[in-house]
Design a protein around this ligand. Structure first.
Ligand code: GLP
Length: 244
């Protein structure tokens, strides 16, 4: 696991965007694993800017997203389909047919099987961008007594519902279920790339960066099993989490 400590969250996002740009330059038909949440938004902003300046061409790139709320249609403003359109897809030259966000409506078993297929078909993602939940969750793989290996339907914990309620009109409007890649799909990427910022992530990042323990109570600790993992963390959070 490689840990990059930056001066600021802004710098963290710039470095992540540069890594993605360099990957696409080297492998124009690469597959990127994408994430939602507020953390990666500036990464997408940088990628859009790079595209506008002609520094990167996404025309052959494939993408697959980590997760989607269950019960939200693609045009729901809080769906991850909508998020990806707004923050990235509509601004760059990705072929819509080469993008895949898990389906939050329809047949759950079929949708999870399709997500797994999209991760593996034609080769696994080169970079899998990741944020982290306050309880250490990746995608929607929640902290708990067990984790699930493959793509699945996940019940959200109260702490995740509370944290994500800031995007909804009311707490009772937050979906209680989500469809997510499992740990196996996340760890299939050549480079799982986690960006973390903010005091709320200090405890989870402590578990990831300090010591050698792996626990389902902090799913991010499973990233220790992957030698290609890259963690980008700003100095402020590195200090708060005891990693520096
Ligand atoms: C959601 C997403 C995760 C994300 C997490 C943290 O639960 N499913 O992929 O990492 O939120 O989001 P934020 O970056 O807004 O703190």
């Amino acid at each position: 696991m490689k840990v990059i400590v930056t001066k600021s969250y802004e710098e963290s996002c710039r470095i992540a965007a540069d890594m993605i740009r360099d990957e696409v330059a080297q492998n124009p038909a690469t597959k990127l694993g994408l994430a939602t949440g507020s953390t990666p938004i500036p990464v997408y902003y940088h990628l859009v800017e790079m595209f506008q300046k002609g520094e990167v061409d996404f025309s052959e790139v494939h993408t697959v997203n980590l997760d989607e709320y269950w019960g939200l249609s693609p045009d729901h403003p809080q769906s991850y389909h909508y998020f990806m359109q707004e923050n990235l897809f509509s601004h760059i030259n990705l072929n819509p047919q080469n993008t895949y966000v898990p389906k939050g409506t329809g047949d759950a078993a079929q949708n999870t099987a399709e997500l797994t297929q999209k991760v593996y078909e034609g080769g696994v993602p080169s970079i899998q961008l990741l944020g982290i939940g306050a309880n250490g969750h990746l995608g929607f793989n929640e902290a708990g007594p067990t984790l699930v290996a493959n793509a699945h339907m996940q019940a959200l914990t109260q702490s995740t519902i509370d944290a994500n309620s800031r995007f909804f009109e009311a707490k009772d409007k937050v979906p209680t279920l989500a469809i997510t890649m499992g740990m196996r799909e996340i760890l299939a990427a050549k480079t799982p790339l986690l960006i973390a910022t903010g005091a709320a992530k200090a405890q989870a990042m402590h578990g990831l960066l300090v010591g050698d323990e792996i626990t389902t109570q902090n799913p991010s600790t499973f990233l220790k099993l992957h030698t290609g993992t890259v963690v980008i963390i700003d100095e402020e959070l590195a200090i708060m989490s005891g990693a520096k």
